[in-house]
Design a protein around this ligand. Structure first.
Ligand code: GLA
Length: 384
């Protein structure tokens, strides 16, 4: 059963009636452009075909009741009381409630049942899926449907200011705006976007989950962001967009060694992302794959957000190489664990999975997870 069907089944089992709506939102995979959304860069994610779904109906008292299939418990909170973060997963929902009720809305109570096919804590944006699905639901029920960009920016604010993870705009943006068969090139300086079609011959998008759980709220992400900001300040520039590699190396004396490396990643990743868009449009998957490896090595060495397991996966994929149908592979998402994204010849997928599954288990004593995905549609609401 899909998360859509399971959310309905859970709702019926918990509340003994049928839901009125199902709001659903995808996870995302970032093909390239990592850790540069908060640096005025370009990013190139797509929504994946795994979704989180929320089955819901209104209740006639000012309360939100939430059942989560994963947590196997019901929690509820009052719409009349102040809503504060608790450090739990429910913050993604409560934060949206809090920020939406500050707008011109008519809050009404709701019963919800949540089911998800987006792996949690794996760098595939299960949190943005939850925020955006819920924001889509209350947009309808509370009478304020924001346009997708405004909705994404508001959810980013929830995650950053309420949940406490100072993220950029990439995840909420792609979860809200994605289209089937397209990557979304986002210009994170102007918050504008362009759709880049994954052509007929586009390789299989194989996601490899290292099963190392990542926690972006524990400081590694925030410290990278702070280092980029302090480097930019020392460079005397308003935006990373206007800093060239020459300028960065010319200013080496002003920056400490770590800031220099962070800056090198930011500037080089911007170039790689623009180049990747051109390579997709030219159906040049060999060069596209090469850019994925370069991105990984830059994230590993200059930005230091990888981990031994993901480095191992990328190296092993690279050693299989074109001969075995592997074009490229890199860590995806915030890092410190989670998944790798790879481009593989569809004919070679089965064999590549067998090899990596076997060797990874042997190397780390842990099983890797694998799934194929396709660029998919963004969040939506179904009225039942
Ligand atoms: C997380 C954040 C995004 C982005 C990525 C890294 O997913 O939510 O805004 O910064 O990490 O590219």
């Amino acid at each position: 059963m899909t998360s859509f069907q399971r959310s309905i089944a859970s709702y019926e089992a918990q509340f003994g009636s049928k839901p009125k709506w199902v709001a659903h939102a995808p996870g995302r995979v970032n093909l390239i452009g990592e850790h540069i959304d908060y640096n005025d860069g370009f990013v190139l994610p797509a929504a994946i075909d795994r979704r989180l779904s929320i089955a819901a109906s209104p209740v006639n008292h000012p309360e939100i009741l939430i059942y989560s299939e994963q947590e196997k418990q019901q929690v509820h909170f009052s719409l009349d009381a102040p809503l504060l973060p608790s450090g739990k997963w429910t913050d993604y929902v409560i934060g949206v409630v809090e920020y939406w009720r500050r707008l011109e809305t008519r809050p009404v109570g709701l019963k919800l049942a949540i089911a998800s096919d987006v792996p949690y804590g794996s760098g595939l944006s299960s949190s943005a899926a939850l925020e955006m699905a819920f924001a889509t639901l209350i947009g309808e029920v509370w009478g304020l449907e924001l346009d997708p960009v405004a909705k994404a920016l508001k959810c980013q604010q929830v995650e950053s200011d309420f949940v406490g993870m100072p993220c950029g705009i990439m995840d909420q943006f792609v979860v809200g705006l994605a289209r089937k068969d397209y990557f979304l090139k986002i210009d994170c300086q102007s918050n504008t976007h362009e759709f880049i079609k994954a052509g007929e011959q586009f390789p299989a998008l194989l996601i490899i989950n290292s099963n190392v759980k990542h926690a972006l709220t524990d400081g590694g992400y925030a410290s990278r962001r702070a280092q980029c900001e302090s480097a930019l300040f020392k460079l005397g520039s308003a935006s990373w967009r206007s800093v060239s590699m020459e300028q960065l190396s010319g200013s080496a004396g002003k920056l400490d060694e770590v800031e220099l490396r962070r800056g090198r990643h930011v500037i080089s990743e911007m170039h790689r992302t623009l180049e990747a868009c051109e390579r997709i449009q030219a159906s040049d998957y060999q060069s596209l794959g090469e850019l994925l490896y370069q991105s990984h090595f830059s994230l590993r060495d200059d930005f230091e957000v990888s981990c031994p397991e993901l480095d191992w996966i990328v190296n092993r994929m690279q050693s299989l190489g074109g001969r075995e149908g592997v074009y490229g592979c890199r860590i995806t998402g915030g890092g410190f664990g989670g998944c790798a994204v790879s481009l593989v010849d569809p004919e070679a997928v089965k064999r590549v999975i067998q090899i990596i599954a076997h060797d990874y288990l042997e190397a780390f004593g842990v099983s890797a997870g694998f799934f194929l995905t396709q660029p998919s549609a963004g969040c939506a609401l179904s009225k039942l």
